[in-house]
Write a protein that binds this ligand. Structure first.
Ligand code: SF4
Length: 651
C-alpha cells in the first residue's frame, strides 16, 4: 500500500520515519511459510524515533523472522499530521517494513513500556479498521496482544486487547506462534474463541474476556474469576533463564532517520534484586540472570560488525552490578582502544567503584557528565525506599568523579515517596550544595556543575508500594516549589546547581492508568475520542482533558481519580492485578511495605541469604550470576569501527 501512502508523505513532518528500509530490517514474502504462515505486526506505541531503538520489539522481530513459518513487521504511532491525512484518504495503519495494512496480520503485538502509550494503541486500532473493543472482533481481525512492563496490570486495557503476556517475550511469542499456526492448519476450528481458549489454557497468556470481575458496594473489587473451562485462576509470567541461549538482537536495526539512541545495546543481565521498593522493573524481572562475559563479547563484536555503530551501551537495570563488570569494561576498552568505538553504562549505582568504571569507559574520550540516582533526598527516605546510599558514600563518589576530571554530575531524585515530608525533599538542596563544595575543593576549580533532576513518584503494581497513597499533583508542585526556592536562595552556588523537574500532573494520569481496573478503560476511550494522543509528550498531553473524561466516566461507579491514586489500600483489598502472577508472594510484598514504613532496609539477595520473595521457587530456579572465570579473549582484534562498517554493510 506504499503507493497510497507515498503522496501523503510529502505533506507531513519527518516523512523518513514512515518508509522503513533500515539496515538489518527484514521483508519476507507474505506466504513465506505457505497458507498457514503466522504473521505478526509488532508495535511500539510511540513515535518512530522512540520506538525504533526499543530492544524488546527488536528482539521479537528477529526471533519471529528467523522462523520459516512466520513473519514479523513493525509499526509505530503516526503523528497527528499523518493521522489526519490517512483518515482523509482512507489509508490504514501500516507496517514500515513492507507497508502492509496492520489489519491483515494474524496477530497485532504491542509492547507497552509505559501506560502513556494506551491512547496511541486506540489510534492504531482505529486506523487499522480493527474494532476498538475485543468483544466486537471476529476471525477477520488480528488477535491483539499486549506485552511489556505495563502489561503486568492489563486491566485498564482489558476491553481493547484480546490477550496479554507478562514477562520475557522471546519464548512466549514462539509458543503463541505455534498455537496460532496449528489452529490455522486445522482450518481455524471454533473460530476466534477457540484460539483464545487454547492460548488462555497454557496458563501463560491472559485473555481478559475469560475472567469476570465482581465489585463490592464501595467500589473495591470483590473477586476476579475465570468464566471458561480450563482457564486458570492466575496467569504466570514468562522467564528466560539462559540469556546466552538468546543472543538477540543479533542484527540490530540501524534507522535512517534520527532516533533517541544512536548506539547498539547489549543487555548484560536481566532482573535486579537490590530491592528498591519503588522500582517496578526490579521487582517484576526477578530473578537476576546474567549474560556470560563471553556471551557479551560475542554480541558486541557481532553487533558492531552488523551495524557500524560507534557506541555500545551495556544495558541492564543496574549495569555495574554484573559480577564481572570490571573485566567486561576493561576487556572491551582494551579491545577497541584506538578505534572510534565508545562504551556506555546507562544505569549505575552510586559508589566509588563506578567512578573507576566510568574512567575506564572514557579512557580515550571526553569526561563530560556522570549521572547518579540517590532517588531520595534524606537518609531517612532512602531507608524507606531501600536505596542504601549514605550521604557520605555519595560525597565520596562525587569527590572521586570531580577528582578524575569530570565536570558535571547529575543527580536524580523522586518527589512524593511514601512517608515523605517537605523536609526530606529540602535535604536535596543541602546535598547539592555539599556536592558543589566537594567538587570545588577536590578539583580546585569554580566551573563544576551539579544538576538536580526530579521526577514524581508513581506507585506501581507488583511492588511493596502498590498499597501506597500517591501524592496529589498540587502537593507535589508545592513541595518542588519549596525546593526550587531553597536551591536559589544561596547566591554562592548561583548557576552551579541546575534544577529540572516536571509538574505533578502527568504522574496522576500515569497513576490512574497504572493502578486502575477495567472501569478505567472507559476513561481511556473517552479521552482518546476527545483527542488524546502521544500522552508521554508534554506538548500533546492535556491533564484537563484526562480529568474531564475521568470525571464523566467514573461518576457512574461512584469513584474518581483520587480513589485510584491518592487513596492508600488495605492489606485485604483485592488488587486489580492480583490474578497476574509476577512470581512475588503478596505476603512478602506486604511485609516489605511494613518494613518500608518502619524504615527497615533489606539487603540484595545476590550476596545474602534468600528473603523468600517467592520468585525463585516459582520459577524452579536460583539467582544466576557469575563469575564464570572466563575472559573476553581470545576474540579476534578488529580494525576501526568505520572500516568494519564498510566491510559488513555490503557483504
Ligand atoms: S526467591 Fe530469594 S533468592 Fe530468589 S529473588 Fe527472591 S529473595 Fe532473591
Amino acid at each position: 500500500m506504499f503507493r497510497s501512502l507515498e503522496p501523503l508523505l510529502e505533506q507531513v513532518s519527518k516523512p523518513i520515519q514512515y518508509v522503513g528500509g533500515e539496515l538489518n530490517s527484514t521483508v519476507k514474502p507474505w506466504d513465506v511459510g505457505g497458507d498457514c504462515t503466522v504473521r505478526w505486526a509488532l508495535m511500539y506505541p510511540d513515535a518512530y524515533e522512540v520506538g525504533v531503538p526499543n530492544q524488546g520489539v527488536m528482539i521479537l522481530y528477529e526471533v519471529l523472522n528467523e522462523r520459516p513459518d512466520a513473519l514479523a513487521e513493525r509499526t509505530y504511532a503516526v503523528w497527528p499530521d499523518l493521522e489526519a491525512l490517512m483518515r482523509e484518504h482512507g489509508v490504514p495503519q501500516f507496517t514500515v517494513d513492507a507497508h502492509r495494512p496492520v489489519g491483515d496480520f494474524d496477530l497485532f503485538g504491542l509492547s507497552f513500556s509505559t501506560e502513556l502509550g494506551y491512547t496511541n494503541m486506540l489510534t492504531a486500532l482505529d486506523l487499522a479498521g480493527i474494532p476498538l473493543h475485543a468483544a466486537d472482533r471476529d476471525e477477520s481481525h488480528p488477535v491483539v496482544v499486549a506485552g511489556g512492563h505495563a502489561a503486568f496490570n492489563p486491566e485498564t486495557i482489558a476491553d481493547f486487547v484480546d490477550a496479554a503476556v507478562v514477562g520475557d517475550g522471546e519464548e512466549a511469542v514462539l509458543a503463541i506462534t505455534d498455537i496460532v499456526g496449528a489452529w490455522k492448519r486445522e482450518g481455524m476450528p471454533g473460530g476466534r474463541r477457540e484460539v483464545l481458549l487454547r492460548l488462555a489454557r497454557t496458563g501463560g497468556v491472559y485473555v481478559p474476556a475469560f475472567y469476570d470481575v465482581g465489585y463490592l458496594p464501595d467500589g473495591r473489587i470483590q473477586r476476579v474469576a475465570p468464566n471458561a473451562p480450563g482457564v486458570p485462576w492466575r496467569v504466570a509470567k514468562h522467564t528466560v533463564m539462559d540469556l546466552d541461549a538468546w543472543p538477540y538482537p543479533k542484527q540490530p536495526l540501524v534507522p535512517l532517520a534520527e532516533s533517541v539512541h544512536e548506539r547498539m545495546s547489549v543487555e548484560i543481565f536481566r532482573g535486579c534484586t537490590r530491592g528498591c521498593r519503588f522500582c517496578q522493573a526490579g521487582m517484576i524481572t526477578r530473578p537476576v540472570r546474567e549474560r556470560s562475559i563471553t556471551g557479551i563479547g560475542e554480541m558486541v563484536e557481532r553487533g558492531l560488525a552488523a551495524t557500524g555503530f560507534e557506541e555500545v551501551g551495556l544495558l541492564s537495570l543496574s549495569s555495574a552490578d554484573h559480577s564481572e563488570i570490571a573485566d567486561v569494561t576493561k576487556g572491551l576498552a582494551d579491545r577497541y582502544e584506538g578505534t572510534n568505538t565508545g562504551l556506555s553504562l546507562p544505569s549505575t549505582r552510586v559508589d566509588a567503584f563506578n567512578i573507576d568504571l566510568a574512567n575506564e569507559l572514557t579512557r580515550n574520550g571526553r569526561r563530560s557528565g556522570l549521572t547518579f540516582a540517590p532517588e531520595g533526598g534524606s537518609e531517612r527516605i532512602r531507608r524507606v525506599i531501600n536505596k542504601m546510599v549514605s550521604e557520605d558514600d555519595l560525597i565520596r563518589t562525587v569527590a572521586a568523579a570531580y577528582g578524575a576530571g569530570w565536570r558535571q554530575v547529575k543527580l536524580y531524585f523522586m518527589c512524593g515517596l511514601p512517608t515523605e515530608t517537605d523536609e526530606d525533599v529540602l535535604q536535596i538542596a543541602e546535598l547539592a550544595k555539599r556536592v558543589i563544595d566537594t567538587g570545588r575543593e577536590v578539583s580546585g576549580r569554580r566551573d563544576i556543575r551539579c544538576t538536580v533532576s526530579i521526577g514524581g513518584f508513581v506507585p506501581k503494581p507488583h511492588t511493596p508500594f502498590q498499597w501506597a497513597a500517591q501524592l496529589g499533583a498540587d502537593e507535589t508542585d508545592a513541595r518542588l516549589d519549596k525546593l526550587r526556592q531553597a536551591l536559589r536562595a544561596d547566591r554562592r552556588y548561583g548557576s552551579a546547581i541546575g534544577f529540572r523537574y516536571h509538574d505533578g500532573k502527568p504522574g496522576i494520569v500515569e497513576g490512574l492508568l497504572s493502578r486502575g481496573d477495567r472501569r478505567v478503560g472507559r476513561v481511556i476511550e473517552a479521552v482518546w475520542r476527545d483527542g488524546a494522543r502521544f500522552d508521554g509528550w508534554s506538548e500533546h498531553f492535556s491533564y484537563e482533558r484526562w480529568m474531564a473524561a475521568a470525571e464523566r466516566e467514573l461518576a457512574a461507579f461512584g469513584i474518581d481519580v483520587a480513589w485510584y491514586t491518592t487513596r492508600e489500600r488495605e492489606e485485604s483489598e483485592v488488587l486489580p492485578w492480583d490474578h497476574i502472577d509476577s512470581g512475588l508472594d503478596k505476603e512478602w510484598l506486604w511485609q516489605d511495605w511494613l518494613d518500608a514504613l518502619d524504615e527497615t532496609e533489606v539487603d540484595d539477595c545476590r550476596w545474602t541469604p534468600c528473603f523468600d520473595c517467592g520468585v525463585c521457587p516459582q520459577m524452579g530456579t536460583e539467582i544466576e550470576i557469575g563469575p564464570t572465570g572466563k575472559t573476553l579473549l581470545p576474540l579476534t582484534v578488529l580494525g576501526s569501527g568505520r572500516a568494519r562498517m564498510a566491510e559488513h554493510a555490503h557483504p
